[in-house]
Design a protein around this ligand. Structure first.
Ligand code: NI
Length: 206
Protein backbone atom coordinates (compact mmCIF):
# COMPACT_ATOMS: atom_id res chain seq x y z
CA UNK A 1 0.00 0.00 0.00
CA UNK A 2 1.53 3.29 -1.06
CA UNK A 3 1.77 6.10 1.39
CA UNK A 4 1.88 9.63 0.07
CA UNK A 5 5.03 11.09 1.62
CA UNK A 6 3.34 14.47 1.55
CA UNK A 7 0.83 13.24 4.10
CA UNK A 8 3.22 13.46 7.03
CA UNK A 9 2.96 17.21 6.83
CA UNK A 10 -0.64 17.26 5.86
CA UNK A 11 -2.98 19.68 7.54
CA UNK A 12 -5.79 17.65 9.09
CA UNK A 13 -8.33 19.58 11.13
CA UNK A 14 -10.19 17.74 13.85
CA UNK A 15 -13.79 16.75 13.14
CA UNK A 16 -14.95 19.53 15.45
CA UNK A 17 -13.21 22.09 13.33
CA UNK A 18 -16.24 23.07 11.34
CA UNK A 19 -15.62 26.41 9.77
CA UNK A 20 -18.97 27.96 10.61
CA UNK A 21 -22.61 26.94 10.37
CA UNK A 22 -22.84 28.56 6.94
CA UNK A 23 -19.45 27.39 5.78
CA UNK A 24 -18.08 30.88 5.45
CA UNK A 25 -14.77 31.66 7.09
CA UNK A 26 -15.69 35.34 7.16
CA UNK A 27 -18.97 35.18 9.05
CA UNK A 28 -17.84 37.03 12.10
CA UNK A 29 -15.80 39.50 10.12
CA UNK A 30 -16.94 42.56 12.06
CA UNK A 31 -16.22 41.14 15.48
CA UNK A 32 -12.90 39.49 14.69
CA UNK A 33 -9.81 41.25 15.93
CA UNK A 34 -7.61 42.41 13.09
CA UNK A 35 -3.88 41.77 12.87
CA UNK A 36 -1.01 44.18 12.38
CA UNK A 37 0.47 43.93 8.89
CA UNK A 38 4.26 43.91 8.81
CA UNK A 39 5.84 46.48 6.54
CA UNK A 40 8.97 45.86 4.41
CA UNK A 41 11.87 45.60 5.13
CA UNK A 42 10.73 43.62 8.20
CA UNK A 43 12.95 40.49 8.29
CA UNK A 44 9.93 38.24 8.98
CA UNK A 45 8.78 38.98 5.43
CA UNK A 46 12.05 37.52 4.14
CA UNK A 47 11.89 34.19 5.98
CA UNK A 48 10.72 30.94 4.38
CA UNK A 49 7.48 29.82 6.03
CA UNK A 50 7.06 26.25 7.30
CA UNK A 51 4.31 23.87 6.14
CA UNK A 52 1.06 23.80 8.07
CA UNK A 53 0.94 20.45 9.87
CA UNK A 54 -1.55 18.30 11.69
CA UNK A 55 -0.91 20.11 14.98
CA UNK A 56 -1.69 23.55 13.60
CA UNK A 57 -5.45 23.11 13.60
CA UNK A 58 -6.25 25.53 16.41
CA UNK A 59 -3.77 28.11 15.14
CA UNK A 60 -5.23 28.01 11.62
CA UNK A 61 -8.79 28.26 12.93
CA UNK A 62 -7.84 31.34 14.93
CA UNK A 63 -5.75 32.94 12.22
CA UNK A 64 -7.92 32.55 9.10
CA UNK A 65 -10.88 34.75 10.13
CA UNK A 66 -8.50 37.39 11.46
CA UNK A 67 -6.50 37.33 8.24
CA UNK A 68 -9.68 37.80 6.18
CA UNK A 69 -10.83 40.61 8.46
CA UNK A 70 -7.41 42.29 8.17
CA UNK A 71 -7.32 41.86 4.38
CA UNK A 72 -10.84 43.17 3.74
CA UNK A 73 -10.26 46.14 6.02
CA UNK A 74 -6.92 47.12 4.41
CA UNK A 75 -8.38 46.65 1.74
CA UNK A 76 -6.53 43.99 -0.20
CA UNK A 77 -7.21 40.94 -2.35
CA UNK A 78 -4.62 38.63 -0.79
CA UNK A 79 -2.75 38.24 2.47
CA UNK A 80 -0.12 35.67 3.44
CA UNK A 81 0.50 34.54 7.03
CA UNK A 82 4.10 35.88 7.15
CA UNK A 83 2.67 39.36 6.51
CA UNK A 84 0.95 39.16 9.89
CA UNK A 85 4.00 37.68 11.59
CA UNK A 86 3.17 33.97 11.38
CA UNK A 87 5.68 31.83 9.47
CA UNK A 88 3.16 29.30 8.16
CA UNK A 89 2.41 28.30 4.57
CA UNK A 90 -1.04 29.81 4.67
CA UNK A 91 -2.63 32.60 2.65
CA UNK A 92 -6.08 34.03 2.07
CA UNK A 93 -7.33 35.47 -1.21
CA UNK A 94 -10.54 37.15 -2.31
CA UNK A 95 -10.81 38.97 -5.63
CA UNK A 96 -14.43 39.88 -4.82
CA UNK A 97 -15.71 38.99 -8.31
CA UNK A 98 -18.96 40.90 -8.97
CA UNK A 99 -18.35 42.75 -5.69
CA UNK A 100 -19.36 39.62 -3.78
CA UNK A 101 -17.09 37.79 -1.32
CA UNK A 102 -15.41 34.71 -2.74
CA UNK A 103 -12.91 33.78 -0.02
CA UNK A 104 -10.20 31.23 -0.76
CA UNK A 105 -8.08 29.74 2.05
CA UNK A 106 -4.81 28.32 0.75
CA UNK A 107 -3.04 25.89 3.07
CA UNK A 108 0.36 24.59 1.92
CA UNK A 109 -0.16 25.92 -1.61
CA UNK A 110 2.25 24.77 -4.32
CA UNK A 111 2.64 25.84 -7.90
CA UNK A 112 2.42 22.70 -10.03
CA UNK A 113 2.34 24.33 -13.43
CA UNK A 114 3.12 27.66 -15.06
CA UNK A 115 2.45 28.81 -18.62
CA UNK A 116 5.30 29.85 -20.91
CA UNK A 117 3.20 32.81 -21.87
CA UNK A 118 3.86 35.81 -19.65
CA UNK A 119 1.59 38.63 -18.55
CA UNK A 120 2.40 42.01 -17.07
CA UNK A 121 0.13 43.75 -14.62
CA UNK A 122 0.44 46.33 -11.91
CA UNK A 123 0.94 44.84 -8.46
CA UNK A 124 0.92 46.27 -4.99
CA UNK A 125 1.29 44.68 -1.58
CA UNK A 126 -0.14 45.40 1.87
CA UNK A 127 3.42 45.11 3.21
CA UNK A 128 4.58 47.84 0.80
CA UNK A 129 1.69 50.28 1.23
CA UNK A 130 1.27 52.83 -1.54
CA UNK A 131 3.88 51.21 -3.79
CA UNK A 132 2.91 49.80 -7.19
CA UNK A 133 4.86 48.49 -10.17
CA UNK A 134 4.33 46.45 -13.32
CA UNK A 135 5.33 42.85 -12.64
CA UNK A 136 5.77 40.20 -15.35
CA UNK A 137 4.88 36.62 -14.42
CA UNK A 138 3.57 33.49 -16.15
CA UNK A 139 0.07 34.30 -17.41
CA UNK A 140 -1.47 31.08 -16.10
CA UNK A 141 -0.70 29.03 -13.02
CA UNK A 142 -1.88 25.70 -11.70
CA UNK A 143 -1.92 25.59 -7.91
CA UNK A 144 -2.42 22.67 -5.54
CA UNK A 145 -3.40 23.38 -1.94
CA UNK A 146 -5.57 22.25 0.94
CA UNK A 147 -8.65 24.18 1.94
CA UNK A 148 -9.61 24.83 5.55
CA UNK A 149 -11.33 21.46 5.86
CA UNK A 150 -8.06 19.77 4.85
CA UNK A 151 -9.39 18.77 1.42
CA UNK A 152 -6.91 18.85 -1.44
CA UNK A 153 -7.85 21.34 -4.13
CA UNK A 154 -6.45 22.50 -7.43
CA UNK A 155 -6.99 25.79 -9.21
CA UNK A 156 -6.05 26.62 -12.77
CA UNK A 157 -5.93 30.37 -12.75
CA UNK A 158 -5.38 33.07 -15.31
CA UNK A 159 -5.62 36.85 -15.28
CA UNK A 160 -5.61 38.64 -11.94
CA UNK A 161 -6.09 35.43 -9.94
CA UNK A 162 -2.97 33.85 -11.50
CA UNK A 163 -0.89 36.89 -10.53
CA UNK A 164 -2.42 37.08 -7.05
CA UNK A 165 -1.80 33.39 -6.29
CA UNK A 166 1.82 33.61 -7.45
CA UNK A 167 2.27 36.79 -5.40
CA UNK A 168 0.91 35.15 -2.22
CA UNK A 169 2.92 31.94 -2.67
CA UNK A 170 6.01 34.11 -3.17
CA UNK A 171 5.36 35.56 0.30
CA UNK A 172 5.62 32.06 1.80
CA UNK A 173 9.15 31.87 0.41
CA UNK A 174 10.15 35.33 1.60
CA UNK A 175 9.80 36.85 -1.86
CA UNK A 176 8.18 40.24 -2.47
CA UNK A 177 6.83 41.58 -5.77
CA UNK A 178 9.70 44.07 -5.96
CA UNK A 179 12.09 41.09 -6.28
CA UNK A 180 10.70 40.61 -9.79
CA UNK A 181 11.89 44.10 -10.78
CA UNK A 182 15.34 45.41 -11.69
CA UNK A 183 17.62 46.31 -8.77
CA UNK A 184 17.27 49.93 -9.72
CA UNK A 185 13.47 49.88 -9.59
CA UNK A 186 13.40 47.79 -6.41
CA UNK A 187 15.79 50.11 -4.59
CA UNK A 188 13.81 53.12 -5.73
CA UNK A 189 10.57 51.65 -4.36
CA UNK A 190 12.17 50.54 -1.07
CA UNK A 191 13.66 54.01 -0.53
CA UNK A 192 10.36 55.69 -1.35
CA UNK A 193 8.51 53.36 1.03
CA UNK A 194 11.00 54.03 3.85
CA UNK A 195 10.66 57.77 3.31
CA UNK A 196 6.85 57.64 3.27
CA UNK A 197 6.74 55.50 6.41
CA UNK A 198 9.09 57.95 8.14
CA UNK A 199 6.89 60.87 7.14
CA UNK A 200 3.80 59.04 8.38
CA UNK A 201 5.48 58.39 11.74
CA UNK A 202 6.50 62.04 12.00
CA UNK A 203 2.95 63.15 11.21
CA UNK A 204 1.54 60.89 13.90
CA UNK A 205 4.12 62.11 16.43
CA UNK A 206 3.31 65.75 15.80
NI1 NI B 1 1.84 41.01 -0.90
Amino acid sequence: MGVDPGDTDRYMPAMSATISPTGSPIDSNDTVERLRILIAPDPVLRAKARPVGAGDDALVRDLVPRMFSTMYHAPGIGLAAPQVGTGLRLAVVDLMPDEKPHPIVLINPEIIGLSDELATREEGCLSLPGQYADVTRPARAKIRYQDQSGTRQEIEADGLLAACLQHEIDHLDGVLFVDHLSNLKRNMIMRRLAKEMRQKRDDVGR
